[in-house]
Design a binder for this molecule. Sequence first.
Ligand code: HEC
Length: 191
Amino acid sequence: MPDRLTLYTIISAFWMAFLAIIGTNIVVDGVVMPLKTAAPKEGEEQVFAYPIEVPEVAVASADAGPVQRPDIRPLILAANPDDGKAVFRKCQSCHTLEAGGKNGTGPNLHDIVGAAIGDHAGFKTSDSLKAIGGTWTYEKLDDYLENPKRLAPKGTMSFAGLKKPKERADVIKLLMANTANPPPVDAPAAP
Ligand code: HEC
């Protein structure tokens, strides 16, 4: 059994702790909070006693403009046309590549890099492909070969697309090797 003095000491220690907690609460609620979290006046920013970090998240919206594609050109510079031959097996049921090659389901692809889009002699190109406009830049080739329906939603190339950037770079390198004057790869991207 503890003696009387010890008992008093324990009780008063609890009592002090209790008062300290209540006291702190009164100070925080009554003094700190109203000071720091007072409702902002017109044009003022809300200030919190404890800063709350809200990371800014970019939300893609319909009017955010065209999607920026990762630049394929470094991969093209590093690519090997021989690796492109393996990839081209997926294309050759519909396309020939050599000079003067026949059009099949798709047009002959000789000299295609930098050429006007959908302008192959003797091939009936869809209006959707023609509507892309301009020439086959590296960026557009990369985009089209990843998913032909994105640039030409009603185009007639029934091909799921090459999902791996390296495959696209390799096959583009092969198309370049079969183009007399491909545009320089490291030129600034066309606007
Ligand atoms: C199932 C047949 C088919 C396959 C497979 C195919 N294509 Fe095509 N491709 C077409 C057709 C059809 C068109 C014409 C599209 C149009 O007019 O909308 C076309 C158009 C193109 C064009 C644009 C030609 C122009 O005149 O501007 C390129 C470049 C092209 N294909 C590259 C490829 C490559 C590279 C592959 C393989 C990775 C491939 N295609 C696989 C059928 C195919």
